[in-house]
Design a binder for this molecule. Structure first.
Ligand code: SF4
Length: 282
């Protein structure tokens, strides 16, 4: 996101997304998140302002566009490979959203799900888009064999804040997606990520999603080079009363907020019986 002064610090604007394709030798990569990860696209039009995946533009020097303004569908002739995937865990996706808007046209994720259908691997999909419901048939069939779960990433119930942060599905659409998936028997996770200090109301989110999820994952906001200044400028303009606290956390490295919140979340989940995983790094 380009910085364009105070007004632009708050506003989120979408430019035209440039679409293309890129040939890759393999769609499947070993990963720390699961045994393997599959990213059907390079780039992501969801354009989240806090997206850590923007570092991938480093490997695409032919792409002059900013993060969020391009998407390349991957072309690959190599099969996913039943032999190497059987019995393994597969995560989709780590540096793009498999259900970004380009998927409507290219259906690369759908093709991957079809190829994975006969393979006995556990597939975990995470997305911010209700487009995933298009593939409910395939996800449901996997879930019936105990081989699938879906996490929906959401960090607020305030759709104005959400729309200033990303160009994906609305808050309402994401909650509805969880509901439909859960009712179809697909194991669901609310992935509360990234938690914005003082902005994300974790209790309200847990309660809103609770009827439709089996588990809640929590991840804190990390500000990395490339978007740290944009987010701090945003907070200063949009939430001035929290700005000093953000400076404490993100300029002075004070970890007190996160350690206290981690305890609060763990305590709340234990008291209310919410299965959870907390991925806090600070
Ligand atoms: S949806 Fe995920 S990959 Fe896409 S921009 Fe947002 S954080 Fe990045």
């Amino acid at each position: 996101m380009e910085a364009r002064g105070e007004a632009a610090a708050v506003g989120f604007w979408k430019r035209e997304v440039v679409e293309g394709c890129v040939d890759v030798a393999d769609l499947v990569s070993p990963s720390k998140l699961a045994d393997f990860v599959i990213n059907p696209y390079v780039g992501c039009p969801h354009a989240c302002r806090y997206c850590y995946a923007r570092f991938t533009t480093r490997y695409r020097p032919e792409r002059p566009e900013l993060w969020g303004d391009f998407v390349d569908v991957k072309r690959c002739s190599k099969p996913l490979g039943a032999k190497r995937l059987t019995g393994k865990t597969v995560f989709m996706s780590s540096v793009t959203d498999a259900y970004n808007p380009a998927e409507r046209k290219y259906r690369a994720t759908r093709r991957i799900l079809e190829e994975l259908a006969p393979i006995d691997c556990f597939l975990s999909v995470t997305t911010k888009s209700n487009l995933i419901l298009r593939d409910l048939d395939l996800l449901k069939a996997r879930a019936e064999r105990g081989l699938a779960s879906v996490s929906i990433s959401l960090n607020t119930l305030d759709d104005a804040f959400r729309s200033e942060m990303d160009a994906a599905s609305s808050v309402e659409e994401r909650l509805e997606t969880l509901r439909v998936l859960a009712e179809a028997g697909v194991p669901t996770v609310l992935f509360m990520s990234p938690i914005f200090p003082f902005v994300t109301d974790f209790r309200a989110l847990v309660e809103a999603a609770r009827p439709f999820v089996g588990e809640v994952w929590f991840e804190n906001l990390k500000l990395r080079r490339g978007f740290k200044e944009d987010i701090l400028a945003y907070v200063r303009a949009r939430f001035p009363k929290f700005y000093a606290e953000y400076l404490k956390i993100y300029r002075r490295g004070d970890v007190g907020y996160w350690s206290a919140l981690k305890e609060e979340i763990a305590d709340y989940c234990e008291r209310t019986g919410v299965p959870n995983r907390i991925f806090f790094h600070y």
